[in-house]
Design a protein. Structure first.
Length: 114
């Protein structure tokens, strides 16, 4: 048969499947039952740290990652800026031409019907 495991209440379990997220203890390892009389203070202390600690850790990690970034030199930045501005101007001209054409067409249709 498969692995022999023991549930927390002492009951035997036989299975060939791997254990996942189950409250099982191997038969060769003795586990103590979880104490039921935990106080709320213990629960808070074992949880995540307070908001200020987490915010501080976030900014510390953020600055640490920003130091690792390889920043481009000024020449590359200005080259890419020129490309972006050129593309914006080209699309501005195209969209303006379509807008003026559509406005003129609409004007012709409205004046022709009247």
């Amino acid at each position: 048969m498969g692995k022999k495991n023991t549930l927390n209440n002492g009951e035997q379990l036989y299975s060939n499947a791997p254990l996942q997220n189950a409250e099982l203890a191997s038969s060769d390892q003795k586990s103590a039952p979880a104490p039921d009389n935990k106080k709320k203070k213990d629960k808070k202390k074992s949880g995540k740290p307070n908001i200020f600690v987490r915010i501080g850790r976030f900014f510390k990690e953020m600055f640490s990652e920003l130091k690792k970034v390889s920043w481009p030199d000024a020449k590359k930045v200005f080259t890419q800026l020129g490309v972006v501005l050129l593309v914006v101007v080209i699309f501005l001209v195209i969209i303006t031409a379509f807008d003026l054409g559509a406005a003129e067409l609409l004007t012709l249709l409205v004046t022709h019907r009247s």
